[in-house]
Design a binder for this molecule. Structure first.
Ligand code: R5P
Length: 262
C-alpha cells in the first residue's frame, strides 16, 4: 500500500489500528467481517509478522478466514476456542446505547454468535455509522430457504404492528440470484427507516418460524472506536464513558500491509 488513503478508508483504518492494540498474546479473538474488519485483520497480520504477536483468531465468515490465513493469523474455529477474550467487528449503524445494525455483508448470524461468546466486543466504525435513531440502514434478517414467501409475508404482517416508518421486506440478491449466506440461508432486508423499539422488534422478528437471526445487536457491544477521515479516533466505552478523542496518525508507514490482491 502506498500513497494517501481516501478519507473513508483512512477513517476505517485508524479505528481498526486503534482496536488492534487491544489484542494481546495468548488471547482468542473473534474477527469480524466487512471492509472495516478487513483493515483490522491486516493490522493484526502485520503485528503477527513484525512484532511476534501470538493469538488465535476466530473468523466470522469464510471471507475473513481466507484473509486471516493469508496475512499469517493462526485461525481456529469457535468450537475449538469455546470462549473468546475479545471480538472486534465493524457495523452498519450504531446508536448512543451502542445498539447496532449489522449484516450488510450478510455475516450477522455468525458475527452475533461469536460476539456473544466473547468477554468483550469492540466495534470499529467510520463516523458515518453513528445515528440518532437506528433504521436508515435496512435491517438484515437471515431466513432459511424453505417457505421463504410465507416467512417474508409474516414479517411484513408483523411490521404493521410495530413502531417503524417503512415496511418493505426485500430479498437480497446477488446479480439475478438470491444472496446465500455462509450457512446456506437467504437474507431479507427490512427497509424500516426508523426503529423506535429495537428490543421489541428483535424479539418479534426472531419468533417468526423460518427466521434464523436478525441484525440487531442489543447489549452485545461494549466499546465503539470511531475513526475520522482526518485521522482522529474517538472511543466510546459503555462501561467507562470517557468520550476521549485522540489524534492517531498512522499513515507514515507506507509498507505495513502485505499484498492480498493475488
Ligand atoms: O455482515 C457484515 C457485517 O455485519 C459488517 O460488519 C458490516 O456490514 C459493516 O461492514 P463495513 O465495515 O464494510 O461497513
Amino acid at each position: 500500500m502506498s500513497g494517501e488513503l481516501a478519507p473513508i478508508d483512512k477513517a476505517k483504518f485508524v479505528a481498526a489500528k486503534q482496536a488492534s492494540e487491544f489484542v494481546e498474546s495468548g488471547m482468542k479473538v473473534g474477527l469480524g467481517t466487512g471492509s472495516t474488519a478487513e483493515w483490522l485483520v491486516q493490522c493484526l497480520g502485520e503485528m503477527v509478522r513484525e512484532e511476534g504477536l501470538k493469538f488465535k483468531g476466530v473468523p466470522t465468515s469464510k471471507r475473513t478466514a481466507l484473509l486471516a490465513k493469508k496475512v499469517g493469523i493462526d485461525v481456529i474455529t469457535l468450537d475449538e476456542a469455546k470462549w473468546l477474550d475479545l471480538t472486534i467487528d465493524g457495523t452498519d449503524e450504531f446508536d448512543a446505547d451502542l445498539t447496532l445494525i449489522k449484516g450488510g455483508g450478510g455475516a450477522h448470524l455468525r458475527e452475533k454468535i461469536v460476539a456473544t461468546a466473547s468477554d468483550r466486543m469492540i466495534v470499529i466504525a467510520d463516523a458515518t455509522k453513528k445515528v440518532d435513531t437506528l433504521g436508515a440502514f435496512p435491517l438484515p434478517v437471515e431466513v432459511i430457504p424453505f417457505g421463504l414467501p410465507v416467512t417474508q409475508g409474516l414479517i411484513g404482517e408483523m411490521l404493521t404492528s410495530m413502531d417503524v416508518l417503512g415496511r418493505d421486506v426485500v430479498q437480497r440478491m446477488q446479480g439475478d440470484q438470491p444472496y446465500v449466506t455462509d450457512e446456506g440461508n437467504f437474507i431479507l432486508d427490512l427497509h424500516l427507516k426508523r426503529i423506535g423499539n429495537p428490543r421489541q422488534l428483535s424479539l418479534m422478528i426472531n419468533q417468526i418460524p423460518g427466521v434464523v437471526e436478525n441484525g440487531l445487536f442489543i447489549d452485545v457491544c461494549d466499546v465503539v472506536i470511531v475513526g475520522y477521515g482526518d485521522g482522529r479516533v474517538a472511543t466510546r466505552d459503555i462501561t467507562n464513558d470517557t468520550g476521549n478523542v485522540v489524534q492517531f496518525d498512522v499513515l507514515d508507514d507506507d509498507n505495513i500491509f502485505v499484498d492480498i490482491a493475488d
